[in-house]
Design a protein around this ligand. Sequence first.
Ligand code: BES
Ligand code: MN
Ligand code: ZN
Length: 491
Amino acid sequence: MRLSLSSSGLKNWDGDVLVVGLLKEESEPHRAELSERFPGLEAVLEQQAFQAKPSDQVVLHPLQEGGPSRLIVLGLGEAAALSLDGLRAAAARAAKASIGCSGSLGLLLPWGDLEAEAVAQATAEAVLLASYKDQRFRKDPEPRRVPEALELLGLPEQAASGLTPVAANCAGVDLARQLVAAPPNVVTPAALADTAAELARDYGLELTVLERADCEARGMGAFLAVSQGSDLPPKFLHLIYRPAGEVKRRLALVGKGLTFDSGGYNLKVGAAQIDMMKFDMGGSAAVLGAMRSIAERKPEGVEVHMIVASCENMVNGSAVHPGDIVTAADGTTIEINNTDAEGRLTLADALLYACEQQPDAVVDLATLTGACVIALGDEMAGLWSNDDDLATALDTAAGTAGEGLWRMPLRKSYKDGLKSLLADTKNTGPRPGGSITAALFLQEFVASGTAWAHIDIAGPVWSDKGRGLDPAGATGYGVRTLVNWVCQQAA
Ligand code: BES
Ligand code: MN
Ligand code: ZN
């Protein structure tokens, strides 16, 4: 989709689909002009009981000579409640309402005291992301028309710079969505390695793939234990973005990459949603997507290391037994009292490797626990961090992206729940506070003194019904938060 600001006003814009957002009466800046251009509109709004509530939406086909073929009027509620998130939601509604139209989509939204550049970026991203549809797995994809161009009306010229990162950001989100949505017989550990190789080739990144033997040589016994019940070989990926000039900050992004999580011998039964466990590589999809956006945007001053320990958690004659004791790359022994707490085992070796790169900060993303979904629902990821500045920076980055994120505690005493009679630690604590003990387990494998944050995306990785800019299915959650954060570090 081509993106631009339009300098024409409501009176003379001559594209194909026009979307206008209206605030509740008194403060409404565009209504008079709109009614003037489209005589008869007021009568329709009245007849449809349009009150400019955020749920109000009226679609018209004006059929005027030279005018747009579709006019969509959206309610935006009270001026005082206007927010970037509200505008994002409105832009997403605009995109959905313009499906079936070709040509150009004109979008005129009030923006109050919000920053024009941020408004341009947020609304353009919302239009692009809400227009996404995945038809890769259909025999006969439906022919589908969407506008080829987006023109933002009513914004000052300086807002144009907000459009610069939009295509790159959305390409990263699209990549993550495609990876998460694809079934586990398509997105295998080898397929994730291929994706990383494609990024390396397309953008000149550096890729190292550790095969099973390499991981063995490095003593990655926790990661390898998870993979040993699968017929598919594990792949350990390390992808590096190096900036053109001097490196001021080195960052590591670690993603959980379970291309399928059956639970292992602690098999997922009952309500455990085994059929959805293709999304257990959502963390790796987010970091791969972020690497794509970063490689396209080329921030200065930051070197970014992406690390993914990818495998499947399956059952066969050589799978891990519940009760096995394995050894991570730093020598820590782990009693696997539950084979379904596998993500943290793979992340243990991935975090140890990440810390070897001596980063200034490490952030891991993982569909780690059902407990986090119980705690926060599916609109927010949980955030744990040993560093307040890092937590604040991530919170800001998520806020700018409109992605829900909520800080959770690393309560030390809960570590008692991981005590093992025989080994240094168990991998699983009691059910209460399950997302917290998972985070505490990960912390054990982070070098002391390294700023680290863990983001549990088990809830927002997938949306059953779709919401806002997310169509039903894979959301690509985390990509824009990570990209915002990395680009902020560059500044
Ligand atoms: N991949 C799951 C977490 C998950 C569960 C994500 C449901 C999304 C929805 C993870 O590997 C897992 O199975 N965690 C267990 C941990 C438990 C055994 C301590 C869980 O959450 O039940
Ligand atoms: Mn599991
Ligand atoms: Zn899992």
